[in-house]
Design a protein around this ligand. Structure first.
Ligand code: FMN
Length: 419
């Protein structure tokens, strides 16, 4: 019976354990988590979502405070178009985060950064270009383009000295998205180094509509693999979304997947950035505690725990401090929803906004508990402590469980001796 360790992901002459730990925005996939994946011979992701804030927390910079102070005059203004990101600050924050991570890297694996196109930051092209270029400057091994079609993203990097040596890949949810991407980028004469096919059971934003349940990863994978073969593209195709055990992973590797990308199992790792009490909520969740909703202002459906404090919260939009979802003309769907409710409650009190959420503020505060479909199985991956809480796992334990387990088994952590 095969296990994941019988397979290898090859990039050029180099081989890797075919496990990628996916990017989880706003420092849920921390440097520490990514570094463990790389140390163990796989690929870890950090994320550049809200990187100014991440830099403040990690490196004691004051980028967010400075921005808040600068735009304070605008806090009660419904028009957010004047709020811009200082590109030098954005570059500085990105370089700090990437550089510190790369300096700490040990082992044979790689570290990639997850770059979401939907973080439009009120100047989509300029900010994305700075984010990607600064990550390359700071030595990141590769970039995974996500949350968007990224039709122009390779073009933004074409003049970068590392454009042809860094590993650049894209997340897609349909063969059509891949075809479109390749067509739009044909003139650059540079194929993606990898393609991640993310199915509808993933965490974070979904590349499907609310009819997501009508799609399945295996079918999309088969279509993409066939297309890549027919066109003789030779691009490694990586499956993601709902791969919960080593045996699930082997299923995709046997059908031709070059590797698997996983995330949900790692949300309860000690290296994961979620607060300890939130990890316990993930462990405790039952199937009915999880929903796919449309409260993200990005327009993509998102899967999350129904108990997420972000749902229904009516806080004032935090664009003066954050503003990562401003669309380039100063708009964000949450601002529209919030202003509608504010007009009904002009005193600003007891505002409830059900249809959208201030994703920046809530992701920043770990109050939007996005998760994969199989979060309700996490409880089967650990042991319970006497107080009813679950034992937090190490990233190494989870990684090795994917790598070596067979027969749909999930290895439990070592028993903790109690005196
Ligand atoms: C908590 C959480 C946050 C995520 N955030 C992001 C993100 O910021 N960007 C992204 O491209 N994918 C994100 N994802 C998707 C993962 O990177 C990954 O592709 C997917 O969840 C894999 O499916 P699995 O969770 O069932 O293993 C997130 C997933 C989770 C569970």
């Amino acid at each position: 019976m095969k296990r994941v360790d019988d397979f290898r992901l090859t990039f050029g002459k180099k081989e890797f354990v075919p496990i990628l730990v996916g990017g989880m925005g706003v420092d849920i996939s921390t440097a520490e988590l990514a570094l463990e994946a790389a140390r163990l011979g796989g690929i870890g992701h950090i994320s550049d979502a809200m990187v100014n804030d991440v830099s403040d927390r990690r490196f004691d910079t004051s980028f967010v405070k400075d921005k808040t102070r600068f735009y304070k005059y605008n806090i009660d203004n419904a028009d957010k178009s004047s709020i811009k990101f200082d590109l030098a600050v954005l570059a500085d924050a990105t370089r700090r985060h990437v550089d510190a991570t790369m300096q700490a890297k040990r082992g044979e694996g790689l570290i990639f950064v997850n770059c979401m196109e939907k973080l439009t930051m009120n100047a989509p092209r300029e900010t994305l270009q700075v984010r990607m270029a600064s990550a390359l400057d700071a030595g990141i091994d590769g970039i995974t383009l996500s949350a968007g079609l990224h039709l122009g993203s390779f073009g933004l990097l074409a003049d970068h000295p590392r454009f042809r040596d860094a590993k650049l890949g894209i997340i897609i949810s349909s063969v059509r998205a891949l075809q479109l991407f390749l067509r739009k980028n044909a003139r650059l004469n540079r194929l993606p180094d990898f393609v991640i096919v993310e199915g509808p059971l993933a965490g974070g934003h979904l590349g499907f509509g609310m009819d997501w349940a009508q799609y399945d990863l295996a079918t999309i994978m088969a279509e993409v693999l066939q297309y890549v073969k027919n066109e003789q593209l030779g691009i490694p195709v990586i499956a993601a979304g709902g791969i919960f055990t080593g045996s699930d992973a082997v299923h995709y590797l046997e059908m031709g997947s070059a590797a698997v990308q996983v995330a949900t199992r790692f949300t309860v790792a000690s290296e994961c950035g979620l607060p300890a009490d939130v990890k316990q909520d993930y462990f405790r969740a039952g199937e009915d505690d999880i929903e796919v909703n449309t409260i993200s202002p990005t327009g993509y459906p998102m899967r999350m725990l129904k108990s997420s404090p972000a749902i229904g919260a009516g806080i004032r939009p935090g664009c003066e401090s954050y503003g990562y979802l401003l669309d380039g003309t100063g708009n964000c769907a949450y601002i529209t929803s919030y202003n509608r409710e504010l007009a009904l409650h002009p005193d600003g009190k007891n505002i409830v906004v059900m249809d959208k959420t201030c994703l920046c503020t809530h992701m920043r505060n770990f109050k939007c508990w996005t998760c994969g479909h199989y979060t309700y199985r996490l409880k089967d991956t650990s042991r319970r402590n006497e107080d009813g809480s679950y034992q937090i796992l190490s990233a190494e334990h989870i990684f090795k469980d994917y790598q070596f387990s067979v027969d749909q088994q999930v290895a439990l952590p070592a028993l903790v001796e109690v005196d």
